[in-house]
Design a protein around this ligand. Structure first.
Ligand code: ADP
Ligand code: MG
Length: 184
C-alpha cells in the first residue's frame, strides 16, 4: 500500500460487496489527507452518527464540525451535500470528501457534479468515489479519476469496464480476496 493519492483530485475505488473498499479508503486514503477536513457520504452509515439531510449536513459543515457524515443515499440529498462541501472548500479551509456507495446517487451527471468535476481544482477540494458497480456511475464522472483502485469484481459488465482500463489483468479481479487490488 504505497500509492500516493492526489488529495485535491479524484480517486476511485471499485469492487463488489466486501471486497475491502471502505477499509482501503480508511487505511490508504485517509492517512494521506493532511490539513484537510474529511467529510463522508455513506448511505450505509449508522443514522445516529450522521446527518439525514443536506441542509443539516451543510449547517454543521459551515459551523466547522470536524467529523461529518451524510447517511442518506438519495441523490436529492447527497448531491447538494457534495456540492456544499465543494463550495465551502478553499485554500484556507480545504475539504476532502469520501463518497461511499456512490452508484446510489451518482448514476448520472448533474449540473452540480459537472461543475465540481470540470470547473478547475482551485478550491483545494479532493474526492474519493467508492462503489460496487462502476458501470452504474456515469463514465463522465469515472473518467475524472487520476487514480483508480480495482478490487474484487465478478459482474461481467463491471469486469468489461475494468478491462478497458487495465487490460486482460481484469480477469484476475474475480478471484481477489478482501483488500487485494490493482491500481491504475
Ligand atoms: N486488506 C484486508 N485484509 C483482510 N481483510 C480485509 C481487508 N480489507 C477488508 N477486509 C475485510 O473484508 C470485509 C469487508 O471490508 P469492507 O472494507 O467493509 O468492504 P466493502 O467496503 O468493499 O464492502 C471486512 O470484514 C474487512 O475487515
Ligand atoms: Mg463499504
Amino acid at each position: 500500500m504505497s500509492e500516493t493519492i492526489n488529495t485535491t483530485g479524484v480517486t476511485c475505488i471499485w469492487g463488489g460487496r466486501n471486497s475491502g473498499k471502505t477499509t482501503l479508503a480508511k487505511r490508504l486514503i485517509m492517512p494521506q489527507v493532511k490539513g484537510q477536513r474529511i467529510v463522508v457520504i455513506d448511505p450505509l452509515a449508522n443514522p445516529d452518527e450522521g446527518h439525514a439531510t443536506a441542509q443539516s449536513f451543510a449547517q454543521s459543515l459551515y459551523a466547522g464540525e470536524r467529523l461529518l457524515t451524510l447517511c442518506n443515499g438519495n441523490a436529492s440529498e447527497a448531491i447538494p451535500a457534495i456540492y456544499a462541501a465543494w463550495a465551502h472548500s478553499s485554500k484556507d479551509n480545504p475539504i476532502y470528501i469520501i463518497c461511499d456507495e456512490a452508484p446510489a446517487y451518482m448514476k448520472t451527471d448533474t449540473p452540480h457534479l459537472n461543475r465540481i468535476m470540470f470547473q478547475g481544482r482551485h478550491r483545494a477540494f479532493g474526492m474519493a468515489i467508492l462503489g460496487q458497480k462502476p458501470t452504474a456511475v456515469s463514465a463522465n464522472i469515472r473518467s475524472q479519476a487520476e487514480l483508480t483502485f480495482w478490487m474484487r469484481l465478478t459482474d461481467f459488465n463491471d469486469v468489461d469496464t475494468a478491462s478497458k482500463m487495465i487490460g486482460p489483468r481484469a480477469k484476475e479481479l474475480a478471484g481477489f480476496s478482501a483488500g487485494q487490488y490493482i491500481s491504475h
